[in-house]
Design a protein around this ligand. Structure first.
Ligand code: ATP
Ligand code: MG
Ligand code: MG
Ligand code: MG
Length: 470
């Protein structure tokens, strides 16, 4: 029997607990003290103030499995879902942390012991990257792991240099990659076709070594720290002998639930729709469980966009009645033990999904029809006029990215500038008359109120920090 995703999570937590780490629960997807960050997108988010020294904890080593959403903001993987083998909008990031305790050498030792001994991965399928100037990390990979020189790759870009923000803790990082074998297209990290899925990044180790001061000065931290992130679904794929995250036990059970509820084949022509539905079901359910509700602005609008993309795929499966809400029990069964908040919120999640789906159903069908008509009129290589994309948004509730996603499958695009111009005209009109009934009018009202009273908590999300948050 292969190890389940639930087992792998436990084994990771227990391994680090045995090595003196405190098991800390995942923090919510809505960051507690950070109104500028859209969603928790990495394990370190809940520890930001511990790393800067603003907050102290009764432990100096921690281990977590953190719920993450990367949709919207700078870390946006929404466009990757359904296209790559390795991206989700919602995923779990396993991580071990040292707050001024151990540093680079011990972090690499622990990581290597976990992947090769605890998880038993063959050494010749593993590669490591280091920041090009980080000779120390390079030497440690040689010595501790015994990796040959051609499998320690120096990367000169910000992919291997992490920073919390324009100022504050920062440092080089090392990423561990697994080679899924010659049959999968793609090149090693740093090569021209590194975006393929052959070499998949499984773990990112950040060595918080410096403090970036205002200006260009960078000083050594007196007590350097460690922050790591490993995608649970990616390591599960490796350990279950799968190449694709969507083939692991957990995702597979959701895909099968989607196939069963819609009476379609899980692997046939609808495979992409099932993957998108499985992914969006998780993101949606966990966001609602953490208190986000669909709305027309901010976090709620990101949630609504994810839901509506999922609903479009349910429609493609031929579902005539709301479908996503019926899959919630399958998700609760898989993940409710590790995340009891999902159990508690089950009824709310189901009701919210059902209501959104029921409301969107009519306009979805009519909007799709309008889109078909318009597309059939397009000349070769011509983008969809902005006016049409705007009408789909305003009258039929199609977020722009939904229209773009539908067209992407056919190599078509939207005239985004035209869309924005149409939006602006409508806002102006609504401001003048305080009338109108579409989405843009509602939004204009909100903008007018905000202009009048000033933004309150919401000041725009995440001017987000530097590359490669982990
Ligand atoms: P990639 O380059 O593959 O997009 P990343 O460098 O953006 O990954 P990090 O920010 O380093 O990812 O996050 C730490 C780890 O979390 C990664 O090594 C990976 O295992 C996992 N991870 C990141 N993004 C996703 C995602 N969208 N879905 C699933 N796992 C992810
Ligand atoms: Mg990424
Ligand atoms: Mg990466
Ligand atoms: Mg990374």
């Amino acid at each position: 029997m292969t190890t389940t995703t639930n087992d792998i999570r436990s084994r990771f937590l227990e391994f680090f607990e045995r090595n003196g780490h405190e098991i800390v629960s995942s923090s919510p997807l809505v960051p507690r003290n950070d109104p500028t960050l859209l969603f928790t997108n990495a394990g370190m988010v809940q520890f930001k103030n511990v790393f800067t020294g603003a907050e102290s904890r009764p432990y100096s080593r921690a281990v977590t499995s953190q719920k993450c959403v990367r949709a919207g903001g700078k870390h946006n993987d929404l466009e990757n879902v359904g296209y790559t083998a390795r991206h989700h909008t919602f995923f779990e990031m396993l991580g071990n942390f040292s707050f001024g305790d151990y540093f680079k050498e011990r972090a690499i030792e622990l990581a290597w012991e976990l992947v090769t001994k605890e998880f038993g991965l063959p050494k010749d399928r593993l590669l490591a990257t280091v920041y090009h100037e980080d000779d120390h990390a390079y030497d440690l990979w040689r010595r501790i792991a015994g990796l040959p020189e051609d499998r320690i790759i120096r990367i000169p870009t910000s992919d291997n240099f992490w920073a919390m923000g324009d100022t504050g803790p920062c440092g080089p990082c090392s990423e561990i990659f697994f080679d899924h074998g010659e049959n999968v297209p793609g090149g090693p990290p740093g090569s021209a076709d590194e975006d393929g899925d052959r070499f998949i990044e499984i773990w990112n180790l950040v060595f918080m070594q410096f403090e970036q001061m205002a200006g260009r000065e960078r000083v050594e931290l007196p007590k350097p720290s460690i922050d790591t992130g490993m995608g649970l679904e990616r390591i599960a794929a490796v350990l279950q002998g799968k190449h694709d995250n969507y083939d692991i036990d957990l995702m597979r059970s959701l895909i099968e639930a989607s196939a069963e509820a819609s009476g379609t084949d899980p692997d046939g022509s609808h495979a992409v729709s099932h993957r998108v539905i499985a992914d969006h079901l998780r993101a949606t359910s966990f966001l609602i469980a953490d208190g986000v509700l669909p709305s027309n602005e901010g976090r709620g609008y990101v949630l609504r966009r994810i839901m509506r993309r999922g609903m479009r795929h349910a429609h493609m499966l031929g579902a005539r009645d709301p479908l996503l809400w019926r899959l919630v029990p399958a998700l609760v069964k898989q993940m409710g033990t590790a995340f009891p908040e999902l159990n508690r919120a089950q009824a709310l999640v189901e009701e919210t999904l059902k209501l959104e789906e029921t409301r969107f159903k009519d306009t979805l069908g009519r909007g799709l029809k309008l889109l078909e008509d318009e597309v059939s009129r397009l000349g070769e290589g011509q983008p969809l006029p902005g006016e049409v994309a705007f009408k789909l948004y305003d009258t039929f509730g199609f977020p722009l990215d939904l229209t773009q996603d539908i067209l992407r499958g056919r190599n078509l695009s939207v005239d985004v500038a035209g869309y924005e111009a149409a939006m602006e005209r409508q806002r102006e009109a609504a401001r003048r008359s305080w009338s109108g009934s579409g989405e843009a009018a509602t939004e204009a009202l909100w903008f007018t109120l905000r202009d009048k009273h000033g933004a309150t908590e919401f000041l725009g999300y995440e001017t987000e920090t530097a590359e490669g948050i982990v």
